[in-house]
Design a protein around this ligand. Structure first.
Ligand SMILES: *Cc1c(COP(=O)(O)O)cnc(C)c1O
Length: 454
């Protein structure tokens, strides 16, 4: 795709449409002449250079990458019209696109029925799921693993619900015995399972947790904000295939959150929440004196906590899904490449004298740390921080990230390490660009070199 060409086409398409409504004069108060704009744009472009190269395969740090060109064209084209997906009055075309794209997400998870919509983020999508959970189980708390996203605790606070962190096993998955002990108290109404933790990509055993929750009459919400699209690799052939059970069980859970702005090739501003039972729409009931006037049909604002939302986000996702649908043969190929990259790097680290694998990657996140002697948490922490900094400043920069591993979590995985501190930073690379697959050997060599240079 030639982005420049299609951005030109985008402005023409919108101008052609706009032209059908007759001419008018732009107001002088909005006038900016090209010379002034040129200078300001220069300044702006300069300011933007203060960024990390998220697009480049040598950026192997946080969960960040630019959107697909199709998403960019979809977003910018719709943005020229600037529809608001709160109500059908605000954007009939993009509201229809949102329904279709959300339907594709629901089908990807195997939901037979659904009610859902896009949100501004995974955080807001989770808030909505927890809000509905609270309405269904008033007075009861919400459980999530210690490695769940930090916003679950925060949103419990916002909702006035007690949050219950549940301990994890030595691979970062929820400890089901601890969960069952907690559910026996009767204090919990909902459990949040994470399919792909943000730190290390650990997948909670949904298929085993679900029957426990059912036994105790507890609702199950799946936070698949980061990991959701990996369901496309469930049961797939080849090394990148994932064990199908947890992913198949997601279809039987009550609600799901997935972030198209993480693995769905979208720009920020695109999360999604899905409920299996459309009846939960009743909890959102409200009257709006301003909005719903064009039809008796459901307006997306009637089933969402947010009011204004970018119709452009729905446009971008819809257009992307027309070309790279959320199916094993579409987006699945993109996810598979990142996963192969993670597996390959894990293998290289395993064979290295200078690096150690923190744990085997479950999805596309690799956690590792420099081998130091004597092996202490303090030594590992200092060396990780140094490698992170040196990596970015050298002549052939590589961009990594660090993750704080707690003392118990660390020693459960590496009992030989002396726990002389309450934890240590380790190195963490999210290999979410398919191009990573072709650069893993280089990344590994560079990081090994950095680990050796002491
Ligand atoms: C990223 C993430 C969130 C938060 O989503 P945002 O879109 O950043 O608000 C929640 N849960 C998990 C598992 C995540 O990875």
């Amino acid at each position: 795709m030639d982005l420049q060409h299609w951005l030109g086409r985008a402005t023409h398409a919108v101008q052609d449409w706009a032209g059908t409504f007759g001419p008018y004069r732009p107001h002088p108060s909005l006038r900016v002449d090209d010379d002034r704009f040129a200078d300001t744009f220069e300044l702006f472009a300069g300011r933007l250079k203060d960024n990390y190269p998220f697009f480049h395969p040598h950026y192997a740090g946080q969960m960040l990458k630019p959107p697909h060109p199709a998403a960019v064209v979809g977003y910018l084209t719709a943005m020229l019209i600037n529809p608001n997906n709160h109500a059908l009055d605000g954007g009939p075309a993009t509201a229809a696109m949102e329904r279709e794209a959300v339907g594709q997400l629901a089908a990807m998870f195997g939901y037979d029925t659904h009610l859902g919509h896009l949100t501004t983020s995974g955080t807001i999508a989770n808030l909505e799921a927890l809000f509905v959970a609270r309405e269904l189980h008033p007075g009861r708390g919400i459980a999530y693993s210690e490695d769940a996203h930090y916003t679950h605790g925060r949103m419990c606070h916002v909702l006035g619900v007690k949050g219950h962190p549940v301990s994890t096993d030595n691979r970062g998955r929820m400890d089901l015995d601890a969960l069952e002990d907690l559910l026996r108290t009767g204090e919990v109404g909902t459990v949040v399972l994470t399919t792909g933790t943000t730190g290390l990509g650990a997948v909670d055993p949904v298929h085993l947790a679900l029957p426990i929750a059912e036994r105790h009459g507890v609702r199950v919400h799946v936070d698949a904000a980061y990991g959701g699209f990996f369901t496309l690799l469930a049961g797939a052939d080849g090394p990148e295939g994932l064990s199908a059970e947890p992913w198949r069980a997601v279809a039987r859970c009550d609600s799901i959150v997935v972030d198209p702005h993480k693995h769905g090739l979208q720009p920020y501003g695109c999360g999604a929440v899905l409920f299996r039972d459309p009846e939960v729409g009743r909890f959102y009931l409200h009257d709006s004196p301003y909005t719903y006037f064009t039809s008796a049909e459901l307006h997306l604002g009637e089933i969402s906590l947010e009011c204004s939302r970018a119709g452009a986000s729905a446009a971008a996702l819809w257009l992307t899904f027309q070309l790279l649908p959320p199916t094993p043969d579409g987006l699945g190929h993109v996810l598979a490449a990142g996963r192969r990259a993670a597996l390959r790097w894990a293998q290289l680290i395993d064979g290295s004298e200078h690096l150690e694998l923190y744990q085997q990657p479950e999805l596309d996140i690799v956690g590792y740390f420099p081998a130091v002697g004597p092996a202490t948490l303090t030594g590992i922490d200092t060396a990780s921080a140094r490698i992170l900094a040196d990596g970015m400043t050298g002549p052939d920069p590589v961009f990594l990230s660090t993750l704080k591993a707690g003392r118990e979590a660390f020693t459960a995985r590496h009992p030989g390490v002396t726990a002389d501190a309450d934890g240590a930073r380790i190195l963490r690379s999210v290999l979410m660009k398919p191009e990573s697959e072709h650069h893993v050997e280089y990344l590994h060599d560079r990081v090994e070199q950095l680990a050796r240079a002491r």
